[in-house]
Design a protein around this ligand. Structure first.
Ligand code: SF4
Length: 456
């Protein structure tokens, strides 16, 4: 088990949190973490040319610690920078010619424009929203973490990602419409109205102007839908929202004989050398882009099936996760003590414990969230089970986000046996055909907490 440091960081060892919470790290605002400064890049197009991606990886190795991450929302992070290396890194990144999105996050599904199941390519409307925001004078003062999702539907929809403002494409009597909702995931958001593209753009800008007037901490939930002047019919409920994100690992059909090769990053991270090797391989295949995917992955579109299989085999030798049934795919984890000053525990070591002792839990029906503190960077949305680091131990959160008050705490020195007890509970209690998630829901928070808290 790769555990050079203690699994749990004692309270007296806990550094004063140096992450600036509520602030999004960027090249101009790097964030302090346990392994130095971190910057987050949002490619404007969602995809990166292999040679550009390789150049960024080289810069990450030269100016940082050579660890790159793809976040839960599909952004790229470079770790281990110093005050002195941020500036040369910035120059190196811009020298690649990459276009980066800045300011308000307007997100689209990772396969937009390629997904044969999508209703529309969401990127043009997302671009119009970005342009309209950039044209505002004076500039809008919006919360740093405010996000807009424009979702054209498809296999890789963003229903399970939390957004302040969501536009989800629908086909209504043959016409394209956008369902506008506020706050939460698609399932938990407040439905507002069904709008044409032009009206959707106006409505988003109206909401952003209102948020600006409320103040720089205002979020989508602070808007009262009845205050909006909307030209479309009111929306009463979301349309079959999915509550889990499609995981990237494996082959995905693109139509016309082509597939997408999907890779999961081991522990959400990749070493620069491995990423460079992957990029070089993708370039030799004549492919033009690698797309960043939510759930810590990469999608490489446009390959014939056999070539995609061969690429996955090669990627596996570099350590990428390529099997859709890999139990590790079902774990969302943050950097932990290996890379964040706010962390209470080693998330990688705990992930290994779950894979070894509780594999029945990792059937892909939900994301097990290992969050080394209550901030929940790796999985902002609620999930069936989270272990949230705190001074009292591992906080057990059932059906909630990492920030929810835990149902129980597991003592640091009891965690290995607690995970084993949970694995055994699942093995004995899971009915034939029942998913781990359904089983956990049936057992309920009290039973799970009692199992985990039993003394050895
Ligand atoms: S959730 Fe993890 S990465 Fe995020 S601040 Fe907490 S310890 Fe750090």
């Amino acid at each position: 088990m790769p555990n050079a440091q203690p699994l749990f960081r004692l309270a007296e060892d806990q550094p004063v949190a140096s992450t600036r919470r509520g602030v999004c790290p960027s090249l101009s605002k790097p964030m302090q973490t346990g392994d130095g400064l971190l910057v987050r890049l949002r490619p404007a197009s969602g995809g990166l040319e292999p040679k550009v991606f390789a150049a960024i990886a080289r810069a990450a190795a030269l100016y940082g610690n050579g660890i790159l991450e793809v976040t839960a929302r599909g952004n790229l992070q470079l770790r281990g920078l110093t005050e002195d290396t941020v500036s040369p890194l910035t120059e190196a990144v811009f020298a690649t010619g990459i276009a980066l999105a800045t300011g308000l996050a307007v997100e689209t599904p990772p396969l937009s424009g390629l997904d044969r199941h999508e209703i529309t390519d969401a990127r043009p409307l997302a671009g119009r929203i970005r342009q309209a925001v950039a044209a505002c004078e004076p500039a809008l003062r919006l919360a740093a973490k405010l996000s807009v999702i424009v979702d054209g539907g498809g296999a890789f929809d963003l229903d399970a990602i939390v957004a302040d403002i969501r536009l989800k494409a629908r086909r209504v009597d043959g016409a394209l419409r956008y369902a506008l909702s506020l706050g939460g995931t698609a399932a938990s958001a407040r439905p507002v109205a069904l709008l044409s593209e032009e009206d959707a753009l106006d409505a988003v800008m109206d909401i952003l102007q209102r948020l600006d007037r409320i103040g720089p901490t205002a979020r989508g939930r602070d808007i009262n839908p009845s205050d909006l002047a909307l030209s479309g019919p009111l929306l009463l409920s979301p349309e079959n929202p999915s509550d889990t994100l499609r995981r990237p690992a494996g082959l995905h059909e693109l139509g016309e004989g082509l597939v997408v090769a999907g890779l999961g990053l081991p522990f959400c991270q990749v070493k620069a050398a491995d990423l460079i090797a992957l990029c070089e391989k993708v370039e030799t295949l004549g492919l033009s882009e690698i797309r960043l995917a939510p759930e810590h992955g990469l999608l490489i579109p446009g390959l014939p099936r056999e070539a995609a299989r061969a690429l996955l085999e090669y990627a596996a030798t570099l350590g990428f996760r390529v099997r859709p049934d890999d139990p590790a795919n079902a774990i969302a984890l943050c950097a932990g003590t290996a890379g964040c000053a706010s962390a209470y525990y080693d998330t990688h070591a705990l992930a290994d414990l779950f894979i070894e002792k509780a594999p029945d839990l990792l059937d892909g029906s939900f994301d097990l969230h290992l969050s080394a503190c209550p901030k929940g960077c790796a999985h902002p949305a609620a999930t069936a089970l989270t272990l949230s680091g705190a001074s009292l131990g591992y906080g057990l959160v059932v059906n909630g986000p990492a920030s929810l008050s835990p149902a129980a705490y597991i003592a640091a020195n009891d965690v290995a046996s607690a995970v084993a007890r949970l694995g055994s509970l699942l093995r004995t209690e899971k009915n034939a055909g029942e998913t781990a998630r359904a089983c956990l829901t049936r057992l309920g928070a009290e039973r799970i907490a009692a199992t985990l808290k039993q003394e050895t």
